[in-house]
Ligand binder design. Structure first.
Ligand code: ZN
Length: 418
């Protein structure tokens, strides 16, 4: 392939992906607005018109920001590749670090990471202090925001930089089959992260206290025993420090599993509803959804790393993405790949979303068997209402982006099960 052909292919893929995302978001905005004035019948008794309108406005506000974000993101990727931005960063750093050295590679990728973060920062700020605040969800103070940024930067430096260095070293030192070694390293790192996240990283950001409510604890423990599930403790997390959105989740695996409830979830739901939400989460474990996801992601990343190995041998890959063949190296290849790949993988989004929605239905069905389906339905309705999630998403938008089935479908299935 000639570099010009690959440039054209890449440009076409980037343009098509952006176009598809903009069309989908426009459809979502139109659909939500068209249904703003009427609560869908299944929710008419539990959700007021006022809450329904709020959910519509909240969805539209986030979509509008998403539209600008998508456009700027694409412009950024094109500026770094075809616009010669990556080449310029490469040359600039060559003044300080020897070209082709490990330090040069790590500096290049770190610079790219910082640039990407800086581009995203205004959007993140507006999301938190503009939209979330306007709709009454934000509880984050500017001070806490800065403290979070400092902690994230520290983690990125302490963990991210050594990982990047290790990957670049493996790519350079392991010969033709480096992609297999990088894959093994990546797998090991991910498994390690699963272990250290709950005990070392998450406590840097939130406080975890053992669940104190004895009645709820007894109820949850009875559910765990019924489901044959062992855990290393029930914790309440101070999610309310940052946001009014509620949630529950599991971390860790094996006997080290922890169950974490957001304090905001416990405030909103009755004990039997909390139990039903937890039963849904247990359903994900029962059906081994986490392991299935990890297997697919691992297999896909092995394929993608192999593909990168092949692309690195093709001169058109570098020249076609705006880097001179003389600057072609492991770090540049990794950077180009990370920038260009999402433009080509967008068509896979509906497949992954579909798979995820099937898992949600399976977990709901499990919860309906272990607890009362009506309690889960009631809990979901409260969460949709309090999180201002739209009840009327555009079906096509939903099929691309929604990891959870539309509210109406989930609740209808649960109501027919009870
Ligand atoms: Zn779920």
């Amino acid at each position: 392939m000639s570099p010009e052909t690959f440039s054209s292919l890449f440009l076409a893929a980037a343009a098509l992906t952006l176009f598809a995302r903009l069309v989908l978001m426009k459809r979502q905005i139109g659909h939500v607005r068209a249904h703003r004035e009427a609560v869908p019948p299944p929710f008419a008794e539990s959700i007021s018109l006022e809450s329904h309108r709020k959910a519509a406005d909240y969805t539209v506000a986030r979509m509008q920001l998403g539209t600008i974000d998508a456009a700027i993101g694409t412009a950024y990727v094109l500026a770094l590749t075809l616009g010669g931005g990556l080449q310029a960063i490469h040359d600039l750093l060559a003044g300080t670090f020897a070209t082709g050295s490990l330090a040069h590679g790590v500096a290049l990728l770190a610079a790219l990471g910082i640039a990407g973060w800086a581009i995203e920062l205004p959007f993140a700020l507006y999301r938190t202090f503009g939209i979330e605040k306007r709709f009454g969800f934000n509880r984050m103070t500017p001070g806490l925001y800065l403290a979070d940024l400092a902690r994230e930067a520290m983690l990125a430096a302490l963990i991210g930089l050594p990982v990047l260095a290790a990957v670049l070293w493996l790519m350079g030192a392991m010969g033709e089959r480096w992609w297999l070694w990088v894959w093994l390293f990546w797998l090991a790192f991910n498994l390690l992260a699963l272990f250290i996240w709950p005990t070392f990283i998450a406590p840097l950001f939130n406080k975890f206290t053992p669940l104190a409510d004895e009645a709820l604890k007894a109820r949850v423990e009875a559910l765990l025993a019924r489901c044959g599930f062992r855990s290393r403790g029930l914790f309440v997390m101070d999610g309310s420090r940052r946001s009014a959105h509620g949630n529950a989740y599991f971390t860790g695996f094996g006997a080290a599993k922890r169950i974490v409830f957001f304090d905001t979830l416990l405030e909103k739901l009755r004990p039997e509803e909390v139990e039903a939400v937890l039963a849904h989460e247990l359903g994900h474990f029962h059906h081994r959804h986490i392991w299935k996801r990890l297997s697919v992601i691992s297999a896909a990343s092995l394929g993608l790393l192999w593909l990168l190995g092949w692309l690195m041998g093709q001169a058109w890959f570098f020249a076609g993405l705006g880097v001179s063949p003389a600057s072609a190296g492991t770090a540049v290849a990794l950077a180009l790949y990370a920038l260009a790949l999402p433009c080509f993988t967008f068509p896979a989004a509906p497949l992954m979303s579909y798979w995820s929605r099937m898992h949600e239905f399976e977990a709901d069905a499990y919860a309906a068997r272990q607890t009362r389906a009506a309690d889960l339905a009631q809990a979901l309705v409260k969460l949709y209402r309090d999180n201002a999630s739209t009840l009327t998403p555009d079906p096509l938008y939903s099929s691309f982006f929604d990891s959870h089935p539309p509210a109406a479908l989930r609740v209808a299935r649960l109501r027919s099960a009870s």
